[in-house]
Design a protein around this ligand. Structure first.
Ligand SMILES: Nc1nc2c(ncn2[C@@H]2O[C@H](COP(=O)(O)OP(=O)(O)OP(=O)(O)O)[C@@H](O)[C@H]2O)c(=O)[nH]1
Ligand SMILES: [Mg+2]
Length: 442
C-alpha cells in the first residue's frame, strides 16, 4: 500500500508543435513573377496546470497521465498567419507542487493559491513564412520554416494540502470524530487504529471566521521514518498554521496519555523541526469517560503549555468544543496566512542560464554529431524537401563557427555529420542532406 497513494503522480505533458510557415508567391496581374507571400505558422498550444480550489485529490491522474496540446495551424498564401493551437489546461488541487528536471537541474513550483497557473510545457513557435527570407539580392526565397516542436516534459506532481489547522495525534484519539463535529466533513470513524487512510479536509466556521482543518492518519512512534501510515501524510500538515494535538485522555488503547503527548511531539520534531515549533492547541479528548477524568490532573502536568491552550473536550458529547474553536480562531487571527494571492498570471519554469549558441562535437562511428540548443532547433525547423534549405544550413554552420570547429576536430571527406534528426554528407566543407532511411537515426 505505501507508495500507492494518489497524492503523488507522474504526468507527461506535450505542448503543440508550431505550424509550418508557407513558401508561396503572389500572383498579381501585370507582375510577371510575384513576390514571396507565405504566412507564418501559428504557435502550438501550451500545456498549463491550473490550481483549482474545487479539487482535493490527484486521483484522476491514475487514470490519465498524458496530456497533449494542439498543433499550430500552417501559414497560408497572402501572408495568412496560421491559427494558434488550443492550450490544454490540467486542473490540479490548490497546494499541488510540480517538479521537473531541465538539463539535470530539478525545479519545483508550488501552485499554492487558487487560480495560479503554471506553463508546464510551452507550445512551439510557428515557422517563418518565406516573406522573412527575401533580401534585396534574393527576392524569390523558396524556403520557409517548419514549426518549432512543442516542449515535452515529465512532471512529478505532489499534493500538499493547504489547511490552516492540522489535527495530529495517535490513532483512535478521535481526530476524525472531532472533524465530523466541527465541520460538514464526514470522515470514517471507527474504534480501531488507522481508520483514516487518507487526509480529510473540513471547513470550520466560528462566528464570522472560517478556517480549513485537515485530519490525517494517526501517528505512531517511528512515524518520521515511515512507521505506520502517518509519514506519507505529514507533508499535508507541513503548511498548516496551527496544530490541534489530540490526546485520548482515557487511554482507551492502554497507552499513557501523558506519554502520548511527548511521543507525538518527538515524531513531529524528527520529521521536521519547524512542524514541532508550530503553535499547538491541545485537546484532551474523551472527557466523557471516567478513565479520562481520573487521568486529567496528571496529564495536565506533563503538558508544558499555558492553560489557555489546553482544552478538555469530548468529541462524542461536544463538551468543551466551542471553547476550543474560539481559541483556535483567535490564535489563527494572529498568525499570518502563509499563502499569498496569485503572484503572476502565469508561472513558468526558470530558464536555465545556458548560452543557446553553445554546442558540442562528439565523434561517432561513421562521423560526428553536433549537439546544441540553437543548431538543433534550426534543424528541427528545416524542411529539407526545399532545396534551398540546405543553403541556409550551410551558411549557419559557417557563420556559427561550427564548420571550422569540425575541421579542427578532424572531420574528413566522406564523414557523416549528424545534427538532431538530420544527417549530412561532408565534402570539402560543403554539407549535403542525406535522405532519411539511408542512415540509422541516432
Ligand atoms: N467515549 C468517547 N469516544 C470517542 C470520542 N471521540 C472519539 N471517540 C471514539 O474513538 C474511536 C476512534 O475515533 P476516530 O475519530 O476514528 O479516531 P482517529 O483519531 O480519527 O483515529 P485514526 O483515524 O485511526 O487515526 C471511535 O470509536 C470514536 O467513536 C469521545 O469524545 N468520547
Ligand atoms: Mg481518523
Amino acid at each position: 500500500m505505501p507508495g500507492d497513494f494518489y497524492d503523488q503522480a507522474r504526468i507527461f505533458v506535450q505542448a503543440g508543435d508550431g505550424g509550418d510557415g508557407a513558401a508561396t508567391f503572389s500572383r498579381e496581374k501585370y507582375v510577371p513573377r510575384g513576390g514571396p507571400d507565405g504566412g507564418d505558422g501559428g504557435r502550438g498550444g501550451h500545456v498549463i496546470l491550473l490550481a483549482d480550489p474545487g479539487l482535493n485529490t490527484l486521483l484522476p491522474f491514475r487514470e490519465r497521465s498524458r496530456f497533449v496540446a494542439e498543433r499550430g495551424g500552417n501559414g497560408g498564401t497572402s501572408r495568412k498567419h496560421g491559427r494558434n493551437g488550443r492550450d490544454t489546461t490540467i486542473r490540479v488541487p490548490v497546494g499541488t507542487v510540480a517538479r521537473t528536471t531541465i538539463d539535470g537541474e530539478t525545479y519545483e513550483i508550488d501552485l499554492d493559491a487558487p487560480g495560479l497557473r503554471l506553463l508546464a510545457a510551452r507550445g512551439g513557435r510557428g515557422g517563418l513564412g518565406n516573406t522573412h527570407f527575401a533580401t534585396s539580392t534574393y527576392q524569390t526565397p523558396r524556403i520557409a520554416e517548419l514549426g518549432e516542436p512543442g516542449e515535452r516534459r515529465e512532471i512529478e506532481i505532489e499534493l500538499k494540502l493547504l489547511a490552516d489547522v492540522g489535527l495530529v495525534g495517535f490513532p483512535n484519539a478521535g481526530k476524525s470524530t472531532l472533524l465530523s463535529v466541527i465541520s460538514a466533513a464526514r470522515p470514517k470513524i471507527a474504534p480501531y487504529p488507522f481508520t483514516t487512510l487518507q487526509p480529510n479536509l473540513g471547513v470550520v466556521e466560528v462566528g464570522e471566521q472560517s478556517f480549513v482543518a485537515a485530519d490525517i492518519p494517526g501517528l505512531i512512534e517511528g512515524a518520521h521514518r515511515g512507521a505506520g501510515l502517518g509519514f506519507d501524510f505529514l507533508r499535508h500538515i507541513e503548511r498548516t498554521r496551527l496544530l490541534i494535538h489530540m490526546i485520548d485522555a482515557a487511554g482507551v488503547d492502554g497507552r499513557d496519555p501523558a506519554g502520548d503527548f511527548n511521543a507525538i511531539n518527538e515524531e513531529l520534531r524528527l520529521y521536521q523541526p519547524a512542524l514541532a515549533a508550530r503553535p499547538q492547541i491541545v485537546a484532551l479528548n474523551k472527557a466523557d469517560l471516567p478513565e479520562a477524568r481520573a487521568n486529567l490532573a496528571r496529564v495536565r502536568v506533563a503538558i508544558d503549555l499555558p492553560d489557555s491552550d489546553v482544552f478538555v473536550i469530548s468529541a462524542a458529547t461536544r463538551e468543551g468544543i466551542d471553547a476550543l474553536l474560539q481559541r483556535v480562531a483567535a490564535r489563527l487571527a494572529d498568525i499570518p496566512a502563509l499563502h499569498q494571492p496569485p503572484r503572476a498570471a502565469m508561472l513558468s519554469w526558470p530558464v536555465p542560464r545556458v548560452d543557446e549558441r553553445l554546442y558540442t562535437i562528439t565523434p561517432v562511428s561513421d562521423g560526428w554529431r553536433v549537439s546544441g540548443r540553437r543548431i538543433e532547433r534550426l534543424i528541427s525547423m528545416t524542411n529539407f524537401a526545399q532545396s534551398e534549405a540546405i543553403m541556409r544550413i550551410q551558411r549557419v554552420l559557417e557563420a556559427s563557427g561550427i564548420s571550422a570547429a569540425l575541421l579542427a576536430a578532424g572531420i574528413r571527406n566522406g564523414d557523416i555529420l549528424y545534427i538532431e534528426r538530420a544527417a549530412f554528407d561532408w565534402e570539402d566543407g560543403e554539407v549535403s542532406y542525406r535522405v532519411p532511411g539511408s542512415y540509422a537515426t541516432r
